[in-house]
Every structure is written in structure tokens, then in C-alpha cells.
Design a protein around this ligand. Structure first.
Ligand SMILES: Cc1cc2nc3c(=O)[nH]c(=O)nc-3n(C[C@H](O)[C@H](O)[C@H](O)COP(=O)(O)OP(=O)(O)OC[C@H]3O[C@@H](n4cnc5c(N)ncnc54)[C@H](O)[C@@H]3O)c2cc1C
Length: 324
């Protein structure tokens, strides 16, 4: 029996995929249906539709707003407009609900490890089965649901020195306006005077924890193992893609040791560049960006923004944003 802890996007996607193939599993999550877990809901429409399709859903029906151009700026910089490569917002809560529409979700904390074959840790920041990682790196986030925003478009304002960013993401109605940082002052200042109808907050993991993907019979998926871009905070599609890798592995392999090897290799192959991007973030925080090793990561930065849905394509801007 497979036990899945967590029905966020990673756990729900995996459950939906397993349910369609008749594999036996149990899914646990104490959150109430429809509870809004903090997230900007921004993703890449093209890739999102592909994975929604694999899960038997029509991705088009979840799209809320498509980006025209994307505004990116940093302290002391002008607002720069970039073409979208598919950036949009989706109704993530409804998508997660639909993924598990045929699945019974046990509305409680996942049980302690028992005699189960595989324990899947899809609990995001909590790492219920995997446990804490001493080298973990997270930032605080606060997000408002707001009726208005100062820009009508997708907007990112990076804080200097790798201290996070402020965002405005248009929804079907209203905006997600938020800030993520290791500085409570930066978050508070960015969000003061913004009218809002709801406040959400949680920490976001920015460090890949690929050397801590397994513990006993437990295997991690999604944000629990750090499939979040260290420079954009994108975690929806990476968590879905990670869940697909796990689904493919456990569909073809029953021996847990083999699952560990094959899934571990697949995750490192797909998300290994996050290690480089995390090093870049650390360099930015130490003020040590202007070195050849950091500049060598620029193609990976461009690719990461493109995957998210933004054609950042200007090296000068990356330097402006990140070399501070
Ligand atoms: C403010 C904010 C804005 C963001 N904006 C974006 C964005 O615009 N685009 C983007 O791509 N990414 C964004 N992200 C990142 C993205 O939301 C996450 O990385 C992604 O949703 C992680 O999915 P997950 O399923 O791995 O974890 P989660 O979505 O965190 O799901 C974990 C689930 O586990 C459950 N759980 C916890 N403990 C237990 C337990 N003991 N037993 C059972 N269940 C448990 C929780 O209730 C939760 O439902 C944002 C993150 C934050 C915090």
C-alpha cells in the first residue's frame, strides 16, 4: 500500500495519476477542502496544459489571466517589460480539487510509519515523513488577495542582495499581491497601504534538498525536497513534474531500493540546475556575484525564467537585478 501525505499540487497530481491506473493508495491531508494555501497561482500555460492533460483534465479551463508583457524591476532600476512565453495565473485550488475528485482524502495528519510499502512525503514545507534538514533554506512570504494593484500586469520587484521580491499577479478578479523575503521589514514595507480582503502567509523552501529525498520507507516529492526555483520561487509546475517522475517510477518498479535509485536520478537530472541557481542566490547574498562562476550560470537563469513563462533574454538586466 502507498500512503501519500499531503494533497497540495504534488500529492494531488500523484493521487490523480495513481487513481486512474487502479494502484491502491491512501491520501491524507488535514486541511479543509477549498482552504487557500498561499500561492501566487502564476505558471506557464503551455507546460501546465500538458500535465493537466496527462491527468485527464482540460488545462484551459483553469486559466485565469494571461500575461501581456511582464514587468521586472529592482531597486534603483527602471521598470523593464519582457515578452511572456506563456505566463498566466490558474485557479490552483480548483485544479487540485479536480485532480482528486474521484479520490477519498482522509482529512487528518498522515499516520506514523507502519507496515506500508511506500510513504510519499508531499507535505511541502513540513517534511512530515522526511524530517527536518539542518541545511534547509526558506524565506517568509506574505500574500494578499487584493481588489487592485499598482500595475495591471504581472509585476516583479526584486529586493537587492538576494533578499527576495515583491509581486503583483492578476487573477480573474483582483490580484495576488505579495512579498517573499528573509526580512520581515522588507515584507511589511512592501505591503503597507495595500487594501486586501485576505492575508495568507507561510515559509517557502528555496534550497533543493536532493540529498535528503528519502528516509526509511519514505520518498519526498515536490516542495518537501525543494523543487522550487531558488530565483523565481516557481514551485507549481516543478512539483507537478516531480510528481510525474515519481508516478512513472512507481508504475514501473516495485522494489523500494530500485525506486530510490531511479527516481533519485530522474529528479537530479530534471532539477539539478536548481543547485546552481541556489549557489547563485547565495553568492548574491554574500555580494559575490561578479565572478566567472556566477556569470556562467546566466544561461540557466534565462532558461529558468523562460520555463516560468518570461523571456528575460537580456544579460544586462540580469546583472542589474542580481549583481548587487
Ligand atoms: C506566497 C507564495 C506564493 C507562491 N507563488 C507561486 C507562484 O505564483 N507560482 C508558482 O509556480 N509557485 C508559487 N509558489 C510556490 C508553490 O506554491 C509551491 O512550491 C507548490 O505549491 C508546492 O506544492 P506541494 O504540493 O509540494 O506542497 P504544498 O502545496 O505546500 O502542499 C503540502 C500539503 O501538505 C499538507 N500537509 C502538511 N503537513 C501534513 C501532514 N502531516 N499530513 C498530511 N498532510 C500534510 C498541507 O496541508 C498541504 O496541503 C508560491 C509559494 C508561496 C508560499
Amino acid at each position: 500500500m502507498i500512503v501519500i501525505a499531503g494533497s497540495g499540487v504534488a500529492g494531488s497530481y500523484l493521487a490523480g495519476r495513481l487513481a486512474a491506473t487502479g494502484v491502491e493508495f491512501r491520501l491524507y491531508d488535514p486541511k479543509k477542502p477549498g482552504f487557500r494555501i498561499p500561492c501566487g497561482y502564476a505558471t506557464n500555460e503551455v507546460t501546465f496544459k500538458k500535465y493537466a492533460g496527462l491527468a485527464g483534465l482540460d488545462g484551459d479551463t483553469y486559466i485565469q489571466r494571461r500575461a501581456g508583457s511582464v514587468i521586472i524591476t529592482g531597486e534603483g532600476m527602471p521598470e523593464l517589460h519582457f515578452p511572456s512565453t506563456g505566463l498566466c495565473t490558474i485557479d490552483k485550488s480548483r485544479f487540485e480539487g479536480d485532480l482528486v475528485s474521484t479520490v477519498r482524502v482522509e482529512r487528518r495528519m498522515a499516520p506514523l510509519p507502519g507496515e506500508d510499502d511506500i510513504l510519499v512525503d508531499a507535505t511541502g514545507i513540513s517534511r512530515h515523513y522526511l524530517g527536518a534538514a539542518p541545511e534547509d533554506f526558506t524565506m517568509h512570504t506574505t500574500e494578499y488577495l487584493s481588489g487592485s494593484a499598482s500595475h495591471g500586469e504581472f509585476y516583479f520587484r526584486y529586493f537587492s542582495g538576494g533578499h527576495g521580491y515583491y509581486w503583483e499577479f492578476p487573477l480573474e478578479q483582483g490580484y495576488h499581491v505579495g512579498a517573499g523575503s528573509d526580512s520581515a521589514v522588507l515584507i511589511r514595507k512592501s505591503l503597507e497601504n495595500i487594501e486586501h480582503s485576505a492575508i495568507m502567509a507561510r515559509d517557502l523552501r528555496l534550497r533543493p534538498l536532493f540529498s535528503r529525498m528519502f528516509s526509511g520507507r519514505a520518498v519526498g516529492v515536490g516542495e518537501s525536497i525543494g523543487t522550487v526555483s531558488p530565483i523565481t520561487g516557481e514551485g507549481i509546475l516543478p512539483s507537478i513534474e516531480c510528481a510525474e517522475l515519481l508516478f512513472q517510477t512507481i508504475s514501473h518498479e516495485t522494489d523500494f531500493q530500485e525506486i530510490k535509485i531511479k527516481y533519485g536520478n530522474a529528479v537530479r537530472k530534471k532539477f539539478g540546475h536548481y543547485e546552481k541557481l541556489f549557489s547563485l542566490l547565495m553568492d548574491a547574498r554574500r555580494g559575490k556575484m561578479a565572478k566567472p562562476a556566477s556569470l556562467a550560470v546566466i544561461p540557466a537563469v534565462k532558461k529558468d525564467f523562460r520555463n516560468f513563462g518570461i523571456d528575460l533574454g537580456i544579460v544586462r538586466v540580469l546583472k542589474e537585478l542580481l549583481i548587487r
